[in-house]
Design a protein around this ligand. Sequence first.
Ligand code: G4P
Length: 526
Amino acid sequence: MSLIADEVAKRRTFAIISHPDAGKTTITEKVLLFGNAILQAGTIKGKKSGQHAKSDWMDMEKERGISITTSVMQFPYANKLINLLDTPGHEDFSEDTYRTLTAVDSCVMVIDAAKGVEERTIKLMDVARMRETPIITFMNKLDRDTRDPIDLMDEVENVLKISCAPITWPVGMGKEFKGIYHLLRDEVILYQAGMGHTIQHSRIIKGLDNPELDGALGEYADELREQMQLVLAAANTFDLEEFLAGQLTPVYFGTALGNFGVDHMLDGLVEWAPLPQARNAGDLMVAPDEPELSGFVFKIQANMDPNHRDRVAFMRIVSGKYEKGMKMKHVRTGKAVRISDALTFLAGDRATVEEAFPGDIIGLHNHGTIQIGDTFTQGRDLKFSGIPNFAPELFRRIRLKDPLKMKQLQKGLMQLSEEGAVQVFRPMKNNDLIVGAVGMLQFEVVAHRLKSEYKVEAVYEAITVATARWTSGIDDRILQQFITKAHENLALDGSNNLTYIAPTMVNLQMAQERHPDIVFRKTREH
Ligand code: G4P
């Protein structure tokens, strides 16, 4: 095997998707504990204790206890190198999440076993399904009274339209949670409460028929035996091909808080989750073991570290090898750049990286030239596809409190729009600045960041805009005619793309009927 293929085989790149409060942060913490990335659980987040996590970069996050930013964590586990990409939990940042999911090869779906499938999980699954991303399921909070496991799996199958194959099965729940039975290993692993801060060395009883089980579980032993007869007869068995096609999910049970079951799920991930996969660049598939480096930027994050005041572009490596000091081609600008200070995110700490391989995420220092969706290569003219912007659904006019700060406001908005934090539109007919967002919270974050990072105080005003569409024409003449006729409603977005700003949905419909040769797009590829 070549060096690159060797390194590819070691890597697993995934994200956790869940409804807020299902336990994503707690699982992330436990996963890092297993990856030896932190010494003791409790260092990631302390909403109540007032200790703030490393992954909470922004004050707002701390205040609200929500994760707005996407962070990247790399750690070793079972002779593999895991890249875990964090996704914002709040639905107002769904665009960000969507783009992050383009950079992973599998997802762990966390479900609160007391609540079952929740609304945000449904949406995230829809997104994961667009790329047929394989899904591993973790049913969390078994230390509480939960719903019946069969019920939970039925719900996942019916609502999320994915078959479930239980890999572990819970014994009891809540105060009576005794542990799990591992269907593939034929082992009962006993739970010990109150050990959530550390890695437990649980007692393992081999075989369902083992008389030791009766001693350890009491009446639960026979109940488990009976239940397993049913489950083994009725439930799907794990099938790797179906899993890799996104049609079947292995299901694990446990408690993240009690740090029980998370390691079983990680074992499954390491064994079955796909290695770094090829990616589409138009009609071309770029395979990970191709010798030349290529990658795409899926996220730009400003001011990750207040001491650095920098902007970092997160690039997923698709093929080849990154080496410190190498020259890369920034395909959109055509420029060659020497990169000597790319970052890795080992356990969430940033460090300069010497080398990186497909599946890894590296951070490129960005001085305003890199945009979301940009491709970097060693010279080839590739453009990775499938990293979109979505037409915003909420709009505000933004005004300055101090009119002399127009330049800073424009600069701030342009940078924040490059980052994908918000979208900016400049109408052709006047000097307004219109901000478009997918969720309300984005407006707040932008105002907050304009103030803290660009020193401008801005206020929002209501504006009658229902939606926006990116427009293009089949030829220049037709486009020019359209621009003249629809001038009142046209604007340029942050990257100077022509956009139709519709005051009402009816207006949009009429414009589309009136200009049949113009394409109106709801998403725009970077
Ligand atoms: P999120 O990132 O998905 O939003 O969820 P997070 O991990 O923050 O967990 C949400 C709440 O659920 C937290 O409690 C957390 O402690 C709790 N939790 C997570 N896993 C388990 C589990 O296995 N069992 C039980 N019983 N609780 C669990 P909180 O009170 O909201 O916050 P905190 O102060 O404990 O952080």
